[in-house]
Design a protein around this ligand. Sequence first.
Ligand SMILES: [Zn+2]
Ligand SMILES: [Zn+2]
Length: 346
Amino acid sequence: MITAKARAVDGPDKSFRAAEIKRRNLDSHDVLIEIKYAGICHSDIHTAHGEWGDVPYPLVPGHEIAGIVADVGSEVTKYKVGDRAGVGCMVDSCGECENCRKGEEQYCLKGNVPTYAGVDKYGEPTQGGYSTHIVVTEDFVLKIPDNIELDAAAPLLCAGITTYSPLNHWGAGPGKKVAVVGMGGLGHMAVKIAHAMGAEVTVLSQSLRKKEDGLQFGAENYYATSDPATFEKLAGTFDLIINTVSANIDMNAYLSLLALDGTLVNVGAPAEPLALNVFSLIPHRRSFAGSLIGGIRETQEMLDFCATHNIAPKIEVISADDIDEAYERVLASDVKYRFVIDISTM
Ligand SMILES: [Zn+2]
Ligand SMILES: [Zn+2]
C-alpha cells in the first residue's frame, strides 16, 4: 500500500482535518500520480455536507486533479514517469456496456466509479484529490497539454468538461446564440468555451456585478435576471441555454427565451423537483435536457481544445489549511471563479 497525506472530513458538520489514507499498490495498468493541485467543485461541498445522500465518512473530496506521473504499472503504455497528468470525476467504469464502448463512460450502464464517495472494483471506497497521491487505471488518466499550467488545468477536469460536453453535443458554434445561466465556476468556463467555439454568447446572471468579467471572458451580452425586462427583451432568442445554477429557478421563464428547436441543458442540479409547464416546450418544439461531465475521449479533446485556444479558468490558489474557509466563500458566491488547493501545503 502507498500512504498519502490528505484532508478528510468526518461528518456533515465537521471541519477538514489532516489525515493519512492508503492508495492501492500499482496493478499492471495503474498509474501513480503525485498530485500538485486539486480544484474545489460545488459537488465536493454538497457531498461533504451529506446533501446528496449517504456519504462514506471519512471523506476525501476532490475530482479536479492535476499532477505528475510518479510511477506506472508493468503494462502501462500511455504514460511514463514525469508526464503531466489529470484525473476528473470518475476513475473507472465497466468498459463493456454499450455506453462505455461509445466512449461515454460517464453514462456507464453499470454506473461509473466516481473519484470519491464511490467503491472501486476491489471493493474499496474511493478517495479524491485533496491528497498527495492517487492511483488510477491508465484509461481514466488525462494528458495535460504543456501550455496549460497545472493549477489552471485542475478545474478543467470537472468545470471544463461539464460545460464543453453539452456545448459540443448541441452544436455551439458560428451562427448559434448561446446563453449561459449563472457565472460561477461552471458558468465562466461555459462562456470562454462557447466563445472559442464561435458562438454568440450571452450571460444571464442575477445581477450585473460580474458583467465586466463576463465580457472579458468572451460574452457579447450580459443581462441581469433580477430585471423582468430581460425576459421580455430576450424572448425566443437562444438556440442553446446552458443552466449552471443549482438553485431552483423559474424554468418556464428561461424556456421562453429559447428559439424554435432550442434546447435548455441543465448541468447544475437543484435538490428539489422543478415545476415545469409543458406548454413552455410545445409551441416552439423546445427541448429540456441534462448532461453529465463527458467521456474520457471527450475530456482529452476538451483539454486539447483549451490548449489550442489558450483557455484557462480564473482561479484563486489556496493552502490546504483554508479549505473550510473556501467552502464558506463558495457558498457565499465569493470566489472568482474557482478555488484550487496547492497540494504542496499539505
Ligand atoms: Zn465537479
Ligand atoms: Zn459501462
